[in-house]
Design a protein around this ligand. Structure first.
Ligand code: BG6
Length: 487
């Protein structure tokens, strides 16, 4: 494993209180992520106290942690590292109350030499967040602490405003980290590098040259054991008002004066402030057939498992450029792409039948997978006589750099940032409240859900929504294979 460069981790040992410790996110991402950060030496000492509704003890929690590593950690788990990690785990059932939590924290902190910090991670649904904040406060664990709040942050404008106010009764703003793991993805940060570290694209990054933008995140995944959470949430709250809008902000924002928390938040929030309200008529809500018969789902459920919408940013850079967003469960493919369609040039100089424009506009495409890719497609001449045009592309794959092993998983990156007190990739109260505000009309009068077949790209109306354009996915031409042998 590569050696950790100095300064990338926190200065002090960390006491982590993980609320929702036995839940889906904790098992898939947080426990494996913490294990990696600890075993790779990013954190100078770490103890983790799991808290959840489950009535288990520390050994029971260790078993859950081990099973989660075996299932979800994609690097090697050595016996030595595991034993050290297991020793650092403890567990307090929620029912045991604040006193029990306080004793467990104090006992764990005594094992640190010198100063330490606390990180409370709330991996709980929106309606359980305040109870956890109360417990932290009653246990007297606010000092030297930071708190990471999972999304969705509230369920509408009123609940987000009230959650922020109540949170501020206990924590100061600089202690609060509202996480959105899409911003921790390496390719999301690469959007900023690509846009602002190069002279080539920024001059054409506006309504004069860009025709429309797609942010498309279909998933093949179903709900797993998350029906309880998902029934309350649905695709819009789970993915759009959170991840997709955050990505949209990185794609659309003005250059910040520095890559620091305040300038970045300011530019992102300007994008959100310029967003026009999402109109119910510009939204397609879908539900896959069979959803209503799944365990934990209301047989008459109106929850959308897919959403596609059109939105606008009414500022000088983007006025009139539609942004099409789509995401859903049980769809045909799992992908995460941003696709930028450039305006088409005049075509009359090309002879009839040349194929100019026949395969859509030229595009810049970002693939937000951990092994990220980027492609620029353009028309070029087919070799031989006459003037026949083909769609060609320049492609870059992270694989080409040989540095794919250095990529930190999004949660790892963000947990590390929160431990260091770095807010750059986290959301502000203002930004989140504004996003709920632009969502109000949709949340108050959602269009009816339309059924779609599992394994498809959504209900038919997704095509009307984007017409006269077309969804880029499924791709007509596949990505070049990273070994360089493909088409
Ligand atoms: C989570 C959503 O925040 O993001 C899930 O709650 C979704 O429903 C997941 O599947 C997608 O994240 P990733 O990193 O796998 O693209």
């Amino acid at each position: 494993m590569a050696k950790v460069p100095p300064g990338v981790g926190p200065r002090f040992p960390q006491l982590v209180v993980l609320f929702g410790a036995t839940g889906d996110l904790s098992r898939r991402k947080l426990l494996p992520g913490l294990y990696h950060l600890v075993s790779a030496g990013f954190i100078p000492g770490c103890r983790i106290i799991g808290v959840s509704l489950d009535d288990i003890d520390a050994d029971g929690f260790r078993k859950i942690a081990r099973a989660s590593l075996d299932e979800f950690f994609n690097r090697k788990v050595t016996d030595r590292d595991w034993e050290a990690f297991a020793r650092s785990l403890d567990y307090v059932p929620l029912g045991a109350g604040p006193e029990a939590l306080r004793s467990a924290v104090e006992a764990a902190e005594q094992t640190f030499e010198g100063e330490s910090r606390r990180l409370h991670y709330l991996s709980v649904p929106p309606n359980a967040a305040l109870a956890a904040v109360r417990m932290i406060s009653e246990a007297g664990l606010v000092d030297r602490a930071r708190i990471v709040m999972e999304k969705p942050f509230g369920t509408d404008l009123a609940s987000a405003v009230s959650l922020n106010a109540k949170l501020h009764d206990v924590f100061t703003e600089d202690q609060i980290f509202r996480i959105d793991h899409f911003l921790g993805k390496e390719p999301a940060q690469n959007i900023l590098a690509f846009r602002f570290a190069n002279g080539l694209f920024e001059p054409i990054w506006n309504r004069n040259f860009i025709d429309h933008v797609q942010i498309d995140v279909p998933e093949t995944l179903g709900l797993g054991k998350r029906a309880g959470f998902y029934e309350q949430t649905g695709a819009y709250r789970d993915m759009v008002v959170t991840h997709l809008f955050q990505i949209l902000a990185f794609m659309a924002m003005e250059p910040p004066t520095a890559l620091e928390p305040a300038p970045i938040s300011e530019e992102k929030n300007k994008v959100f402030r310029s967003m026009l309200p999402i109109l119910p008529g510009d939204v397609v809500r879908g539900q896959y057939t069979g959803y209503r018969t799944e365990e934990g789902v209301d047989p008459e459920s109106d929850t959308e498992t897919l959403i596609a919408l059109k939105c606008y940013i009414d500022n000088w850079r983007w006025a009139g450029v539609p942004f099409f967003l789509r995401t859903g469960k049980r769809m045909a493919e799992g992908q995460r792409i941003i696709s930028i369609a450039f305006r088409e040039p005049p075509k009359s100089m090309f002879p009839p039948g040349s194929g100019v424009g026949a395969q859509g506009p030229d595009h810049l495409t970002f693939d937000l997978a951990d092994a990220s890719k980027m492609s620029l497609s353009f028309y070029g001449k087919r070799p031989g006589p006459g003037m026949r045009l083909d769609k060609l592309s320049l492609q870059f794959a992270m694989h080409d750099t040989g540095m794919i092993g250095e990529v930190l998983e999004a949660y790892e990156r963000l947990i590390l940032d929160a431990m260091r007190g770095d807010h750059t990739l986290f959301n502000t109260a203002d930004g989140i409240e504004r996003l709920w505000q632009v969502s109000t009309q949709l949340l108050e009068a959602p269009p009816p859900v339309r059924l779609y077949a599992p394994g498809s790209w959504g209900p038919k109306s997704i095509h009307q929504l984007i017409a006269p354009h077309a969804w880029r996915l499924p791709f007509e031409r596949v990505w070049r294979d990273p070994n360089g042998t493909g088409s």
